[in-house]
Design a protein around this ligand. Structure first.
Ligand code: NAP
Ligand code: GCO
Length: 267
């Protein structure tokens, strides 16, 4: 039955940074498909706050504080999940940060911090979770990439370097683990309305014009748009999809740009 392809009953999913934004949308979608949802964050307060929002859609999340950049903390956290919930079947490396600073103004320490969270952390968590998936010859890893996995843009050099690296880390995880029936793929969201993009979206920010010019769908994406793509990559329906980045971008990557009013049909 086609529905069974997307049924995640009996699966354990870990979403890093899943207390709001894209991570929460993914958690809600996978939870509503039947998975047991484990949510990590670096903030105990946000973890506590997120429980009610998950419960409002019928999902009783298991929450755990750990810093995804700290190997010992990750090992402690994953061991606790494996002991208290079960072996992880679906890992979503979603946690991420961005610092919008021009290269010449950006302290190397800031650059390194973005690389640590957005690239090294998916490596740390992936290395800790993959052995269990390999042992049971089954697993799904989804790395949260970006438009900046393929584009640069003023002021996001660290973020683009991390997300570009994450695209190829995803490919390499695929090369080494696909033979054990572990599918590793990325999702490349376009411009999504979350706290991360609020500084370049809210208050009639001129960046909105750029997003509209570059996005054929002529809207900001919603976190739920990413949750739906994650369900496909977390499900049986994608068992022969490996090492790919699924861009969920409203057409940005297909589009050089658009002059306002050009070729618009009368609506
Ligand atoms: P967000 O609202 O900033 O959420 C990021 C999450 O990661 C937060 O829950 C944050 O926790 C957590 N986090 C940060 N550092 C952490 C650490 N060291 N350990 C554990 N958790 C940590 O971002 P978002 O917009 O939902 O984006 C989620 C992912 O999608 C990110 O990887 C982002 O790069 C990517 N993405 C976003 C967009 C977009 O347009 N929004 C587009 C493409 C890709 P705290 O809040 O407690 O710090
Ligand atoms: C920015 C944005 C982007 C988005 C996303 C696009 O400052 O350009 O924050 O980086 O977050 O990564 O895919």
């Amino acid at each position: 039955m086609i529905n069974q392809l997307f049924d995640l009953k009996g699966k354990v999913a870990l979403i890093t940074g899943g207390t709001h934004g894209i991570g929460m949308a993914i958690g809600k979608t996978l939870g509503q498909a039947g998975a047991k949802i484990c949510v990590n964050d670096i903030s105990a307060e946000k973890l506590e706050e997120c429980k009610a929002e998950y419960r409002a859609v019928g999902i009783d999340v298991y929450t755990l504080v750990f810093n995804v950049t700290d190997e010992a903390d990750v090992d402690r956290g994953i061991s606790q999940i494996e002991k208290e919930v079960g072996s992880i079947d679906i890992l979503v490396n979603n946690a991420g940060i961005i610092k919008r600073i021009p290269i010449l103004d950006m302290p190397v320490s800031d650059f390194r911090q973005v690389i640590d969270v957005d690239l090294i952390a998916p490596l740390i968590v992936g290395k800790r979770v993959a052995p269990g998936m390999i042992a049971k010859r089954s697993g799904k890893i989804i790395n949260m990439c970006s438009m900046m996995s393929v584009y640069g843009r003023n002021s996001v050099s660290a973020y683009a370097s991390a997300k570009g690296g994450l695209k190829l880390l995803t490919a390499n995880m695929c090369c080494e683990w696909a033979k054990y029936n572990v599918q590793v793929n990325g999702i490349g969201p376009g411009y999504i309305a979350t706290a991360q993009t609020a500084p370049i979206r809210e208050g009639n920010h001129p960046f909105n014009d750029l997003v509209m010019m570059r996005t054929p769908a002529a809207r900001w994406g919603e976190p739920e748009d990413i949750g739906n793509a994650a369900l496909f990559l977390a499900s049986k329906a994608s068992e022969f999809v490996n090492g790919q980045v699924l861009y969920v971008d409203g057409g940005i990557l297909a589009n050089f740009g658009y002059v306002k009013g050009e070729n618009d049909l009368p609506v």
